[in-house]
Ligand binder design. Structure first.
Ligand SMILES: Cc1cc2nc3c(=O)[nH]c(=O)nc-3n(C[C@H](O)[C@H](O)[C@H](O)COP(=O)(O)O)c2cc1C
Length: 192
C-alpha cells in the first residue's frame, strides 16, 4: 500500500533544504508526497533558489493550493503517515501551536495533531525569543518533533550539500526512511 507524507514549506530561510527533502523522497516512489507552500514560503523559495511552486510540481504527487481548505490533506479521513514542515517559520509554528488553521498548511498540521500522527517541524529562526521557545515547548509537550536545522560536524561534511543531506537524512529517519548518503554515527545502525 502507498504511504503518504504531507510536506509544508513556510517562509523561513532554508528553501534549499526543502528541495533536498523532496529530492530525497524521490528515492521512495511508494511514498506519495503532498506539498503545500505558504505565501511567504513562495517568496523565500524564489529568493533563495530562484524556483517557483510550479518548478516543484515534478517533485510531488500533488502540490496543493494554500487557499483550498477543502483539499484532501485538510481532512483527518485522508490517511497519511504524518507531516513535515520544512522550513517552519515562527509564525507557522505559532499557528500550529495555537490551532490557528487559517490556511491549508496550518490546517494540514492541525489535522496531523488531532489525528495523533507524526509532526516534524524544522523550526528556523535565530536568535529565538521567549515566545518562540514557549511555543516550541508546548508543541514538544503535544508530541511534536522540533528539529531545528542546526549544523553538524561529526559527519565531516565537505560541502553545504553534505550538511543539508545530513539534516534531511535525520528528518527522513523520523518516518523510517533511510536516505542514501546519510552517514549515521558508527554503531548506531540498530538504534535509529
Ligand atoms: C528572505 C526571508 C527570510 C525569512 N526567514 C525567516 C526565518 O528564518 N524564520 C522566520 O520565522 N521567519 C522568517 N522570515 C519571515 C516570515 O517569512 C514571515 O514571518 C511570514 O509572515 C511567515 O509566513 P508563513 O509562516 O505563513 O510562511 C523570512 C522572510 C524573508 C522574506
Amino acid at each position: 500500500m502507498n504511504k503518504r507524507l504531507v510536506v509544508g514549506l513556510s517562509g523561513a530561510s532554508g528553501a534549499p533544504l526543502s528541495l533536498a527533502l523532496l529530492e530525497g523522497l524521490r528515492f521512495f516512489p511508494e511514498w506519495e508526497v503532498h506539498l503545500v507552500i505558504s505565501r511567504a514560503g513562495e517568496r523565500v523559495l524564489r529568493e533563495e533558489t530562484g524556483k517557483t511552486p510550479e518548478d516543484l510540481r515534478p517533485l510531488a504527487h500533488t502540490v496543493h493550493d494554500l487557499d483550498n481548505i477543502g483539499a484532501s490533506i485538510a481532512s483527518g479521513t485522508f490517511a497519511t503517515q504524518g507531516m513535515v514542515v520544512l522550513p517552519c517559520s515562527m509564525k507557522t509554528l505559532a499557528g500550529i501551536c495555537h490551532g490557528y488553521a487559517d490556511n491549508l498548511l496550518l490546517r494540514a498540521a492541525d489535522v496531523t495533531l488531532k489525528e495523533r500522527r507524526k509532526l516534524v517541524l524544522v523550526a528556523r529562526e535565530t536568535p529565538l525569543s521567549l515566545i518562540h521557545l514557549r511555543n516550541m515547548a508546548s508543541l514538544a509537550e503535544m508530541g511534536v518533533v522540533i528539529m531545528p536545522p542546526v549544523l553538524t560536524y561529526y559527519n565531516q561534511p565537505q560541502s553545504i550539500e553534505d550538511m543539508a543531506g545530513h539534516l534531511i537524512g535525520k528528518v527522513m529517519l523520523e518516518f523510517g526512511l533511510e536516505f542514501k548518503g546519510f552517514r549515521r554515527w558508527p554503531g548506531s545502525k540498530d538504534l535509529g
